[in-house]
Design a protein around this ligand. Structure first.
Ligand code: UTP
Length: 533
């Protein structure tokens, strides 16, 4: 019998900011105690067939304002978390990152890391595990699909391989011996994941969760997995992700003739799975010892016609990392943490034509444009929750479909790795921040304070590590940045691929740049003069 499990909702963007923030900040503070004991794991072995990007997905530009690629953003968060943990504990801290690659992505990921000096991570803190492919099947008689007369065609086995590899590589045992306590799993294209991580960690720690699914609001029948409690007739129950195409028949077969329906708030009571999972390491390590990291497998053929015998293309057995919750016993403490949609799941999975089609069907497009807009929107929401005035998003029409785009705000992880740090840096001045429609703001640097900001145009602030900057008040009015749709010629090949998957480019008309590139304490006074103090 399916039902909605008990979960946690640290805040809702609709609530009065002051009431929801206190709870969120308390969780973050609890999370900070645990931060030094975390490990990060990203399955990145997927083919990315639907996106059709020639590079690995980690190399995708997360947003045009910073120009950073996805892996650079993830690495910056890890560096920022290390700094936070170090400050809290008063001793150096290194947080391991594991990337699961496949033969399709291994070379690209290694090259990306090497070209970029491992994005300032220590090479020894990054491990790459290689998942193998499995045989593909050509039809419903399970005839092996062949690539040549003597070669069986193979395909990736799904992100669930990550558990087996973490076990067989000995990494989980090593982490346990080092006294680490938490492992976070997330995917390779959604850079919003780590904005709320500290809070998720606090929820897991405070409530003793063995598995914590990060979730978001979900409309009934939406094509997103649902976090669901399944109760057996003998009373046992588990909390798992149920794929959307299984939730509907399951509900209908168990006394809910209408299936999944929206409640009074316009949302399904079942939270949507963001594919971000936080596990408690001791229980995970114990479970791996007995299961070896093996998960339930499934097969999802796309049939060529209604006779349901021939497949459109070969299929294979797959497994999903979230199905780890299915191997746990009923005693396991499994729950979810639901964030507002602003901090939800906005991966870049689909090519521009598919994104346009999905958008026209009212389905989340999960393309490059929606992924970039989500980054700006999430940072804008963080600022407005703290009291800043941030102009509302405006509707833009791109080749990939209509897209709401707010001020292009990028707060680098060293500046704002979590709400608590952002609040500390804004102090009581948040209400003196005013971001006008169409503006762009990029802030990078650990030690920056801005007492007041009135921004109509583009502003970029960069302060190197070891320097601090106190901006006593700043008014910027310039021609700023503009997102411009690609022309036919650009879209059909003249523009780089990173723009063609979006359908637009960024034109930087004018940018106010404030940079502090040497150590020391600096002040930008009300006359706009930058002084070392
Ligand atoms: P996606 O659902 O985005 O699928 O994977 P995909 O395989 O990358 O893309 P398509 O279906 O070919 O278009 C979700 C996450 O799981 C990883 C992906 O890299 C991504 O982080 N993944 C997927 C693996 O690590 N291994 C796999 O076999 C499949």
């Amino acid at each position: 019998m399916p039902s909605v499990p008990t979960g946690f909702q640290p805040f809702s963007a609709q609530e009065e900011a002051s009431t929801c923030l206190e709870q969120l900040l308390e969780y973050e503070d609890r999370g900070l105690e645990e931060l030094g004991d975390c490990c990060f794991v990203i399955p990145a072995g997927g083919l990315g067939e639907r996106l059709g990007f020639s590079g690995v997905k980690f190399a995708l530009t997360a947003d045009l304002t910073s120009g950073c690629c996805v892996l650079a953003v993830y690495a910056s968060y890890i560096k920022a978390f290390e700094a936070l943990a170090q400050a809290r504990r008063g001793k150096p801290c290194t947080l391991p990152l594991v990337i699961m690659a496949s033969s399709d992505t291994e070379t690209g990921i290694k090259e990306l890391l090497e070209r970029n000096n491992h994005f300032d991570l220590e090479p020894s803190q990054v491990s790459i595990l290689l998942q193998e492919k499995v045989a593909s099947l050509a039809d419903s008689n399970a005839t092996l699909a062949m690539e040549g007369p003597y070669q069986i065609a193979t395909k990736p086995h799904g992100h669930g391989d990550v558990h087996f590899l973490l076990h067989s590589s000995g990494l989980v045992a090593k982490w346990q011996a080092e006294g680490r306590k938490w492992v976070l799993f997330f995917q390779d294209t959604n850079t919003l994941y780590l904005m709320t991580f500290l809070c998720t960690l606090g929820v897991s720690a405070r409530h003793g969760l063995e598995v914590n699914f990060v979730a978001m609001p979900r409309c009934a029948k939406e094509a997103v997995g649902a976090i669901t409690q399944l109760r057996h007739s003998d009373g046992r129950s588990i909390v798992v992700n149920v794929e959307y195409n299984q939730l509907e028949p399951l509900l209908k077969a168990t006394g809910h003739p209408e299936g999944d329906v929206n409640g009074p708030d316009g949302l399904s009571p079942f939270p949507g799975n963001c594919n971000e999972l936080l596990f408690s390491l001791p229980e995970y390590a114990a479970e791996l010892q007995s299961s070896g990291g093996q998960l339930v497998e499934f097969i999802n053929p796309k049939y060529a016609d209604s006779s349901r015998t021939a497949f459109k293309s070969p299929t294979r057995l797959e497994c999903m990392m979230q199905d780890y919750a299915k191997v746990l016993g009923p005693q396991a403490r499994v729950s979810f943490t639901r964030y507002p949609l602003e901090f939800g799941y906005f991966p870049c999975k689909n090519d521009i034509a598919t994104a346009a089609r999905l958008a026209s069907e009212g389905t989340p497009p999960h393309g490059a444009a929606s992924s970039e807009a989500a980054v700006y929107h999430a940072f804008g929401t963080m600022l407005s929750l703290l009291g800043a005035k941030v102009a509302p998003a405006e509707l833009r029409q791109w080749r990939g479909g209509p897209q709401l785009m707010g001020p292009a705000v990028v707060l680098w992880p060293d500046f704002a790795p979590c709400f608590a740090e952002l609040r500390r840096k804004l102090g009581s001045s948040a209400s003196s921040w005013n971001l006008a429609p169409g503006c762009s703001l990029e802030i990078q640097g650990q030690d920056i304070r801005i007492d007041a900001l009135d921004l109509a145009g583009a502003l970029k602030i960069r302060v190197v590590s070891g320097a601090s900057l106190h901006i006593q008040g700043l008014r910027v009015q310039n021609k700023g940045h503009e997102f411009v749709a690609l022309s036919e010629a650009e879209q059909s090949g003249e523009a780089p691929e990173s723009l063609r998957i979006r359908g637009y480019r960024l034109v930087a008309h004018e940018t106010k740049v404030i940079e502090v590139l040497e150590p020391g304490a600096f002040v930008l006074d009300l006359d706009g003069e930058l002084k070392k103090v």
